[in-house]
Design a protein around this ligand. Structure first.
Ligand code: UD1
Length: 338
């Protein structure tokens, strides 16, 4: 089967491409390198022995897409390509609406015209806002989005559902990721932020390697066991496997016209200090960190109820926080070689 992976050179996309190839899928990648590097394609080849077909195309470029779809018989799509910085989305909401929503519209349009049946969509736990109940299950309603990035994910899920209701040949799944961290065991692919990282783990590894002077811990007065905010960190390799399960679920599904959504997390909440402790202990390092005020737009606590993904997708996470922190550090050190 031939799978189109948009954003396939990005962080989660590249790990999923490796997983797809390992499971004998033929992969076509579309990525415009806006937040990724071309050496990731070489490294995917080093890991798998296969060089996926690659197009450097913007998903807003309908003519470019037409050429890709005319050249390949695509059986299904995994759509990662999107902007994902919360802070940037607050400063430049139009950039986020334009890119994240119009690119999904284009993809859905081509699914409609080219008779493509299955799509897995990259969503986020951010769709829940600060939920009333924890762990948060898929039955919880969306709360008001706390930033434009979050709003694009809420709207995208709605667009996908409407599209599937309208086109009864299409099936789709939204995967709501919690906090993906860590890197591939080979240390050949991993998270590759351009500029100053927004997210905790790349900031930690860049501080440890000396690119950043110090790590700021945002907030120490949250109502949690140590006062720092709690998230559900999920190893990117576990997350990549969840995409395989979701894609296979769509292919095997009897139900012709189906839209589903699943949480993808571990079900365990760790605080920022828990993450720092794990990083220091497993890698035998000391981090230079200081407490700062809470970061605007941050929520106190979120972690997933994973019953539905276990039951329906037959997926569950396998790797520990220590695995996440050791692989993230191996990747950061290996980056100097690329
Ligand atoms: C958020 C979204 C997530 C989205 C991601 C994309 C929520 C609940 N999660 O993740 O869905 O995919 O953005 O970027 O909205 N922290 C520090 N110091 C730092 C960086 C972060 O203390 O230098 C803290 C944050 O305050 C937070 C935790 O670490 O408590 C995790 O932050 P981060 O890695 O940025 O992810 P989220 O904001 O949870």
């Amino acid at each position: 089967m031939k799978v189109l992976v948009t954003g396939g050179l990005g962080y989660i996309g590249s790990h999923t491409v490796v997983e797809l190839i390992a499971n004998n899928y033929e992969v076509v990648i579309i990525d415009n390198l806006s937040n990724s590097e071309i050496f990731i394609l070489d490294n995917i080849e080093k890991i798998t022995g296969v060089r996926p077909i690659f197009y450097n195309i913007n998903l807003l470029d309908s003519q470019g897409l037409e050429e890709v779809f005319n050249s390949h018989k695509i059986d299904g799509i995994i759509h990662f390509a999107a902007f994902k910085s919360v802070s940037e989305s607050v400063k430049n909401p139009f950039k986020y609406y334009n890119n994240n929503l119009n690119s999904l519209m284009n993809v859905l349009n081509f699914m409609n015209n080219k008779n493509i049946k299955n799509i897995v969509f990259s969503s986020s736990c951010t769709v829940y806002g600060q939920p009333d109940k924890l762990p948060v299950s898929e039955a919880e309603p969306f709360k008001k989005a706390t930033n434009p990035y979050a709003k694009t994910k809420q709207i995208s899920e709605g667009m996908l559902e409407d599209f599937i209701n309208f086109n009864d040949r299409v099936r789709g799944i939204s995967l709501r990721y919690f906090n993906p961290v860590g890197a591939h065991d080979s240390a050949l692919i991993g998270e590759l932020p351009k500029g100053i990282p927004d997210n905790l783990v790349p900031y930690i590894t860049q501080t440890a390697v000396g690119i950043r002077e110090e790590l700021s811990v945002f907030g120490k007065d949250y109502n949690t066991h140590d006062g720092t905010a709690i998230r559900d960190y999920i190893h990117v390799e576990d997350l990549a496997k969840a995409h395989l399960k979701a894609f296979n679920f769509l292919n095997d599904s009897e139900d012709k016209n189906n839209y589903e959504f699943f949480n993808v997390g571990t079900g365990i909440g760790y605080s920022v200090l828990d993450v720092i402790n794990s990083f220091e202990n497993i890698n035998n390092l000391k981090l230079n960190f200081f407490f700062k005020d809470r970061r605007d737009g941050d929520i106190e606590e979120i972690y997933s109820d994973v019953k539905k993904s276990k039951k329906v997708l037959k997926w569950k996470s396998e790797r520990s926080l220590d695995d996440m922190m050791s692989s993230a550090w191996r990747w950061q050190k290996n980056l100097a070689n690329f």
